[in-house]
Design a protein around this ligand. Structure first.
Ligand SMILES: C[C@H]1O[C@@H](Oc2ccc([N+](=O)[O-])cc2)[C@H](O)[C@@H](O)[C@H]1O
Length: 507
């Protein structure tokens, strides 16, 4: 009797497993890859392009980059339009997300002078993609602010909202006839906290106590202006959609205690709620607990007013609801504790304001980037959490990926493990009713990984940065990703023949 029961259970388990293996991505679900201008384009001063904040930092302060490298040439995508699109065709991509270099289009940042050669590069890329039915998704801003605008304060200057609107108008007018998926900003947290409150992204202001919050307010207003511009002047004619991409890590309480749960909520508010809540919640505005906490901490440190600038009633209403979709960049997650944290912070910052600890169990697979581990089913956690919190918006996962060291070369088995797990989690999210329309792997090819330079590789294609031609070679993960795109299922037993990469019929 016992044996029968066991066999029955085993049978049910196997059939559940095989059903799971056969789950398909819907035909209209867009699967693709993502890149960003400064990380791949190179041609930093060619054809009229202006200087941006990464050009400035890497040229004037090279030691902040681990290998003292820069994006002057990067993957040289500016000179490789056809090869880049050929790789998209080899993989069979539905969608390719890339960003525009603001200073390639408007060299000074201001819209009085348009650099047509820069616009032409993007025209050539878009037209080549469309020839092969690859949908472009464009981020207007992925961290490379024109240096001239930085010299005027960048995102600390409230006028950034007007400058960004002017830039967006040029872009929508020039490219909007063919591009239907727009993202205003990539990852406000990394722009504002890392760039204005810390030292890990340009412009490295380290204006810890107040910079992050000033930037957050101005960036949200810039986003809202660009959204209304598209809605009011372009949407009817061009028929596209405009959203924003926020980096959302999964945060789970370390224990079931009330304190750890409260710490987790506060950590979420500080990391991504500060950007998501004003746009996606019904009430709008900054998250309430965070507002209270920053006010308390400001008073504690002798500031006569809170360091989180208030949104006026008019601004709260203006920003609320300004996204047709929620772009989620998701890579990893943490366990959060209220008590087990670094006891003293040397400066006042967003981190000391919230004062919580984060942990990762050693069992989680570690990548070549210290911040990136594989937290099981974290995409599902994040998407279902956001769905419930923000009234079921439409989502795209606009980035998700894995770092290997350069020495790994083409045999990137951990990347395959990561992508298979992530894509199972995506299918779980679709099964749970998340209105998720697409998924983009970071990245199509190796590129300049900000302060890590070329020491961390994220590409499905390896780029040889020692060769002036920057040849691209598919990694094993590229073959696996191609098979998932072709079959629309995840076969965990699939072993690719990596001898030759071909372009399949239809691409
Ligand atoms: C590797 C890519 O990283 C993206 O940025 C972040 C930022 C923060 C996290 N995080 O887990 O906290 C993950 C990824 C970035 O958008 C892209 O350009 C790449 O560098």
């Amino acid at each position: 009797m016992k044996t029968f029961l066991l066999l029955g259970l085993l049978g049910a388990y196997c059939s559940a497993l095989s059903t799971k293996q056969q789950r398909r991505f819907p035909d209209d679900f867009l699967i693709g890859t993502a890149t960003a201008s400064y990380q791949i384009e190179g041609a930093w001063n060619e054809d009229g392009k202006g200087e941006n904040i990464w050009d400035y930092i890497t040229h004037n302060n090279p030691t902040v980059i681990v290998d003292e490298s820069n994006g002057d040439i990067a993957a040289d995508s500016y000179h490789n339009v056809e090869r880049d699109v050929e790789m998209m065709r080899e993989l069979g991509l539905d969608v390719y997300r890339f960003s525009l270099s603001w200073s390639r289009i408007l060299p000074s940042g201001f819209a009085n002078e348009v650099n047509e050669a820069g616009v032409d590069y993007y025209n050539r890329l878009i037209n080549e993609m469309l020839k092969y039915n690859i949908t472009p998704m464009i981020s207007l801003y992925h961290w490379d602010l024109p240096q001239k605008l930085q010299e005027l304060g960048g995102f600390a200057n409230p006028l950034i909202a007007d400058w960004f609107e002017d830039y967006a108008r040029v872009v929508f007018s020039k490219l909007g006839d063919r591009v239907k998926l727009w993202i205003t900003f990539n990852e406000p947290r990394e722009v504002c906290y890392e760039g204005y409150g810390f030292t890990t992204k340009a412009p490295i202001l380290n204006a810890t106590a107040v910079g992050t919050y000033m930037c957050a307010r101005n960036l949200l207003l810039a986003h809202a202006k660009a959204y209304y511009l598209y809605n009011n002047e372009f949407k009817t004619k061009q028929g596209g959609q405009c959203g924003i991409t926020i980096s959302v890590n999964s945060f789970k309480p370390l224990t079931d205690s009330e304190e750890d749960r409260a710490a987790t909520e506060l950590k979420q508010q500080a990391e991504w709620g500060i950007y998501a809540h004003p746009i996606f919640s019904q009430e709008g505005g900054f998250p309430k607990e965070l507002v209270v906490r920053v006010a308390e901490k400001s008073a504690e440190h002798g500031y006569p007013r809170t360091r989180l600038p208030q949104l006026s009633e008019e601004e709260r209403v203006l920003i609320r609801g300004t996204a047709d979709f929620f772009g989620v960049n998701h890579y990893t997650g943490y366990l959060v504790s209220a008590t087990r944290h670094t006891p003293e912070y040397s400066t006042v910052s967003l981190l000391s304001d919230i004062n919580v600890g984060t942990y990762r169990p050693v069992e989680w697979l570690q990548s070549a980037a210290s911040w990136l581990t594989l937290m099981p089913n974290s995409i599902y956690d994040v998407l279902t959490h956001l769905k419930n919190k923000y009234n079921d918006p439409i989502f795209y996962v606009t980035e998700n990926g894995w770092a290997t060291s350069p020495e790994i070369g083409l045999e990137d088995d951990d990347r395959i493990t990561y992508y298979r797990a992530a894509l199972e989690s995506i299918l779980d999210s679709l099964d749970a009713g998340v209105r998720l329309k697409g998924y983009m792997a970071w990245s199509l090819m190796d590129n300049f990984e900000w302060l890590a330079g070329y020491t961390e590789r994220f590409g499905l294609y390896e780029v040889d940065f020692s060769d002036p031609a920057r040849p691209r070679t598919p990694r094993k993960s590229a073959f696996v990703y191609k098979e998932i795109l072709r079959s629309r299922v995840i076969d965990h037993d699939y072993e690719p023949d990596t001898a030759v990469m071909t372009i399949d019929e239809g691409h």
